[in-house]
Design a protein around this ligand. Structure first.
Ligand code: ATP
Length: 199
């Protein structure tokens, strides 16, 4: 199964691009959403998190207390790294299991931290969705009702666009001028060919 990673900075339009691929029948694994779910469903991950961060990060009902866990790792890089070292492999495994169940020429993995987490290594191709920083900021402010300052702080914590550009194989320009659908169709054609569907 051909695996394609899709990434991009905050507000670049990763999810929007993936929705277009979905219209073409291509299954998309949304890493952020799935990793949040795994914190409550992956028995092995839950055990590891409990023993590393304390049993009280789960409520009596067995639901993760994200606020408590967040407070524990927020200001401490070593703790955050420890959390990532447990969560990322669980997500990799979950993605591989999910991919095996899909009936499609190829699948997409949408991840904000595709490069940072190392998950790009498991992909045959990576796509970077690009948009100018000012436009990305405007979109996120509008979508999430956040101040420019807060969005800027979050953007500053992400890997630089230059570094992502160096690591990506393919690009989608979502600058609000170039149309998205023709760009997605071109890549779809490429992946269909690579997957052996020459149509
Ligand atoms: P994040 O990483 O913050 O979740 P993202 O990269 O997944 O963001 P989207 O959620 O797809 O980005 O897009 C951010 C916002 O910008 C959304 O509200 C989306 O509808 C809007 N948007 C994205 N692309 C375009 C476009 N080409 N034209 C108009 N609006 C767009």
């Amino acid at each position: 199964m051909l695996k394609v990673g899709v990434t991009g900075g905050m507000g670049s339009g990763k999810t929007t691009v993936c929705r277009i691929f979905e219209v073409l029948g291509i299954p998309v694994y949304y890493s952020d959403e799935r990793s949040k779910a795994l914190l409550n469903t992956d028995v092995s991950l839950i055990e590891q998190l409990r023993s590393r961060f304390g049993h009280d990060i789960y409520t009596r009902d067995g639901v993760i207390d994200r606020r408590k866990l967040g407070a524990r790792v927020f200001a401490d890089e070593a703790e955050l790294n420890a959390l990532n070292a447990l969560v990322h492999p669980a997500v990799f495994k979950d993605f591989d299991n999910w991919a095996l169940l899909q009936r499609a020429p190829y699948v997409l993995k949408e991840a904000a931290i595709l490069f940072e987490s190392g998950s790009y290594l498991d992909c045959d191709y990576t796509i970077l969705v690009k948009a100018p920083a000012a436009l990305r900021m405007e979109r996120v402010m509008l979508r999430d009702g956040l101040t420019g300052e807060l969005v800027q702080q979050r953007m500053d914590r992400q890997m630089s666009e230059e570094e992502k550009e160096r690591m990506a194989d393919l690009f989608i320009n979502n600058d609000g001028k170039e149309l998205l659908i023709p760009q997605v169709l071109r890549l779809h054609e490429l992946f269909m060919k690579k997957a052996g569907f020459n149509g």
